[in-house]
Design a protein around this ligand. Structure first.
Ligand code: PEP
Ligand code: MN
Length: 355
């Protein structure tokens, strides 16, 4: 991770935390997590290499750590009396916020990162058309679900590994890194072979076996807020991933259940500036799932950037009305390009308030 010009936090806090198959190099915490039941530590790269981004933290000699770091605290993190239960995710106001690199995109860096793509990978034609349009409009990361957690067991649940292959093809054609959801611990190794970033969906935010499994991965994780999760529950879910040894976590506010079912969810935009105070982790916003309504994606994207979001994730499809999932909230290619332009304006206008 690299320091953000908006802010950034130390990454050494995780060094010495237990990794699957590897011994801890420092006492991890006063109440250590039990050893993860996990996939082998070879999971991450096609060639079996450490797939962590250049510059990402690696283990260090505990003798070089200061007192706070030896007891599991990030450098400069306040002593226990002031600690939050999410000790690794906690923001140290004196330290910069974290930046998570995904391919060439720096989430938490100076410019907002927009992730675009279809809800589900449906076909080569659909995905490539979406990917080309996302790149042409200035999107930095391609999204697309291959394994879909659907509320109904009868709904389209994705193409599985074929969808992952298509994502890899779209990356090869466009150069865009890809983020896709993983829904089972046993699939983490497979998804890591194809994806640049792993998405943990809302329905799985408290799937602790899955959180532990991605905590062992050498890939960044996009952690969506649970359907009815409090901020603290969400940060504790992130803590599972951090404590597992993976420091590259990005939070995604995607709306929560409220009293009013007029919209799909209620977008909690105040969570964005609040999270900037509470945690060093970058935070992005998903206006698609938050609203469920195509016409609201533009205004809520702008509002999210104005609130200080480090990026957006937007569902886009060449023929949104024919989308096999989430058609009503999916924008077309032209609408996506218009959103991208408008986002640049708001980002430029509001950046001084977040530096
Ligand atoms: C998705 O991103 O397609 C998705 C299912 O999102 P969420 O987990 O936020 O519902
Ligand atoms: Mn969707």
């Amino acid at each position: 991770m690299q320091p953000s010009s908006r802010t950034a936090q130390p990454t050494a806090r995780l060094r010495g935390m237990p990794r699957c198959g590897g011994p801890a190099t420092a006492a991890p915490s006063p109440r250590p997590l039990p050893p993860p039941r996990c996939a082998p530590s070879t999971i991450f790269d096609e060639g079996g290499r450490d797939a962590r981004a250049p510059g990402a933290p690696r283990d260090v000699d505990p003798a070089t750590l200061d007192e706070g770091r030896r007891d599991g605290r990030a450098p400069g993190v306040p002593p226990p009396a002031q600690q939050q239960p999410y000790r690794l995710a906690q923001r140290n106001p004196a330290a910069p916020r974290s930046v998570v690199r995904v391919g060439g995109a720096l989430i938490g860096g100076p410019r907002p990162v927009v992730i675009g793509g279809p809800c589900s990978v449906e076909s080569e034609k659909q995905l490539l058309a979406a990917a080309e349009a996302v790149r042409a409009a200035g999107g930095m990361i391609l999204r697309g679900g291959a394994f879909k957690p659907r509320t109904s067991p009868y709904a389209f649940s994705g193409l599985g590994e074929e969808g992952l292959r298509l994502l890899a093809l779209a990356r090869a054609r466009t150069g865009l890194p890809v983020v896709t959801e993983v829904i089972e611990p046993g699939d983490v190794e497979l998804v890591c072979r194809y994806a640049d970033m792993l998405q943990i969906g809302s329905r799985n935010m408290q799937n602790y076996a899955l959180l532990r499994a991605v905590g062992l991965a050498r890939k960044p994780v996009l952690l969506k807020r649970g359907l009815a999760a409090t901020i603290e529950e969400w940060l504790l879910a992130a803590e599972y991933i951090l404590a597992g040894g993976n420091p590259e976590v990005v939070l995604c506010e995607r709306g929560v259940r409220g009293i009013d079912s007029t919209l799909r969810n209620q977008l909690d935009l105040s969570a964005v500036p609040l999270l900037r105070e509470l945690t060093h982790l970058p935070v992005i916003v998903d206006p698609s799932h938050a609203t469920g309504k195509r016409s609201l994606i533009l205004p809520m994207s702008l509002a999210a950037i104005a609130a200080g979001a480090d990026g957006l994730i937007i569902e886009v499809h060449p023929e949104p009305d024919r989308a096999l999932s989430d058609a009503a909230q999916t924008v077309d290619l032209q609408q996506f390009a218009a959103i991208m332009q408008a986002v640049q304006h708001v980002a430029a206008a509001t950046a001084p308030y977040y530096s």
